[in-house]
Design a protein around this ligand. Structure first.
Ligand code: GLN
Length: 540
């Protein structure tokens, strides 16, 4: 702990400026200079974790190896750093209050009045330092969710103030991400919102050391100098963050602006080697100059919010880029998909992913899509709910069990081909009680997935309550839908393949959580290859 240095990232002016991407980009540059670095996110909302939040509220819920349901920024951290995060990398106000209240109930405060300062702020500081106690880390980057000035962020900013003081000089740095709006009527970039945001931060006793300025137009020296003067930072610490075509360009843009250099200098750390970004650059090169373009259909229901399927979309970029291919994702709302329009909606796609999901809305459309791709032998990739839909479709249309369903949708179905696990039946609390995190899975030799993973056993991350019902395995397998991945301890079916199709795979887990820029997920790669082959064949 004593050697770990801290970088705090705060946001000003407006939300959605991309603090997570800036934090991940900085971490990438530091990692490329051999620093041991991690990122953590503090979210000011009262939910204990985002697991109970609707995707419309908060986008995707990212799941870590150790089974934490977390903010989607952790997905960016993993995809950039190529390293797993954990439970301790995402803290919410709800989880902070929960542990303080638990301590109060246990009488640990010895009769004292429990208050925001010092008890809540102490707990926040404890969580901010926790990873440095557990792991050997040179630098921890801490992203504070929300915008400076929000009522709910106040305890976090106060905790940052105290921690900076406790750590002493050159052991911490504050990066403030802000927006420089462009007024087209005046033809000018405006610095005033940033000045106010810095002032608000200073009122809480925190001084920004670096300004990262989101902007649609380049900042000239005059603007940078003005920002430096009014916001109390050095000129080389005013970093332009111009809009980029891809989030994966941001590390190189930040390197060009010298963000890593300013951070290391302020922390009194040397840059022994220049950042090794060669592999990253090669990826970007392939991303920018693709040789093929294909359309992949993503069947889901939370389509209004792109962030709902963030990790799947990023995994498609990783695997597409691997094959020099730009993937155009056609988002198809399963609620409006039926037997009459399925052909016209899916005719142009070369592969279909049926997305994860919960509840009844839109499931008949998903089942219709599976039916269409199975009968037309289009590459099919079912993820979690998508895999369950494939089992239901097969049971209904191949086995003739017309009422086959998941008990999530129809509790009393005559044919519960997907049903709730026994140990889930008694659970009443919704938060944190699904089958979560990493589980092992044995792969059947000779199967497609065995040839894809090139391993006998894998481990993948889960987030679901319902399961394939092994009572139907014999009938399903006899008609081509084979269970090719089984959990060695519980015998739960984790993977199904239709052996009558060229590429038809459903997985009960979420492979999208393990795909990174430098390590695209093998199943996504294989799906991409099959979709490209389908595309090339369908063109001739
Ligand atoms: N609703 C399904 C279940 O709970 C699938 C969940 C998911 O797709 N993540 O089992």
């Amino acid at each position: 702990m004593s050697d770990t240095k801290f970088v705090f990232v705060t946001g000003g002016v407006t939300s959605s400026l991309g603090k997570g991407i800036i934090a991940a980009s900085l971490a990438k540059l530091l990692q490329a200079q051999n620093y041991k670095v991690t990122i953590q996110k503090f979210d000011p909302y009262i939910n204990v974790d985002p697991g109970t939040l609707n995707p419309y509220e908060h986008g995707e819920c990212f799941v870590t190896e150790d089974g934490a349901e977390t903010d989607l920024d952790l997905g960016h951290y993993e995809r950039f750093l190529n390293e797993p995060t954990s439970q301790s990398n995402n803290i919410t106000t709800g989880s902070v209050y929960q542990s303080v209240i638990d301590k109060e109930r246990r009488g640990e405060f010895l009769g004292k009045t429990v208050q925001v300062v010092p008890h809540i702020t102490n707990e926040i500081k404890f969580r901010m330092k926790e990873l440095s106690e557990k792991r050997d880390l040179d630098i921890i980057i801490t992203e504070i969710g929300g915008t400076v000035g929000d009522i709910e962020s106040l305890p976090y900013i106060e905790a940052v103030r105290q921690l900076i003081w406790e750590l002493g000089p050159q052991n911490s740095i504050v990066i403030h991400l802000t927006l420089i709006p462009y007024l087209s009527a005046a033809g000018e970039l405006k610095t005033k919102p940033t000045q106010h945001s810095i002032k608000t931060l200073m009122e809480s006793g925190v001084k920004a050391d670096v300004l990262v300025c989101r902007t649609e137009h380049h900042l000239n020296k005059k603007i940078k100098d003005k920002l430096a003067l009014f916001c109390n930072v050095r000129s080389d610490a005013v970093i332009e963050s111009i809009d980029a075509d891809s989030i994966y360009e941001v590390p190189l843009l930040m390197q060009k602006e010298g963000l890593d250099k300013v951070v290391l200098k302020t922390l009194n750390l040397s840059s022994p080697v220049s950042p090794d970004m060669d592999k990253w650059k090669r990826f970007l090169e392939k991303l920018k100059f693709p040789k093929n373009i294909i359309k992949i259909g993503l069947i889901g229901k939370y389509l209004e919010i792109q962030d709902s399927y963030k990790s799947i979309l990023e995994s498609l970029i990783h695997s597409g880029t691997f094959y020099d291919t730009k993937v155009e994702v056609e988002m198809i709302n399963s609620e409006f998909l039926n037997f009459k329009n399925v052909n016209s909606k899916l005719i142009n796609v070369s592969g279909i992913i049926v997305a994860p999901g919960f509840g009844e809305r839109g499931i008949e459309g998903k089942i219709t899509a599976v039916n269409y791709v199975r009968e037309n032998d289009i590459p099919f990739f079912g993820i979690c709910f998508g895999m369950q839909m494939a089992v239901i479709e097969h049971s209904r249309n191949v086995l003739g069990l017309s009422s086959a369903n998941s008990t999530e949708i129809d509790k009393d179905t005559k044919h519960p081909v997907i049903s709730i696990m026994d140990n889930q039946k008694q659970i009443v609390n919704k938060g944190g009680t699904m089958r979560l995190g990493s589980w092992s899975c044995d792969l059947k030799k000779g199967s497609l997935v065995h040839s894809v993973y090139k391993k006998n056993q894998i481990s993948e991350r889960h987030r679901h309550r319902y399961e394939y019902n092994n009572d139907y395995m014999k009938q399903l397998e006899e008609t081509g839908l084979v269970a090719t991945g089984i959990n060695p301890d519980t015998e739960l079916v984790e993977i199904i393949e239709n052996i009558n199709n060229k590429w038809f795979v459903g997985v009960q887990y979420h492979p999208e959580f393990k795909s990174t820029v430098l390590n695209p997920h093998p199943l996504f790669k294989s799906f991409m290859k099959a979709s490209l082959e389908y595309y090339k064949k369908s063109k001739v």
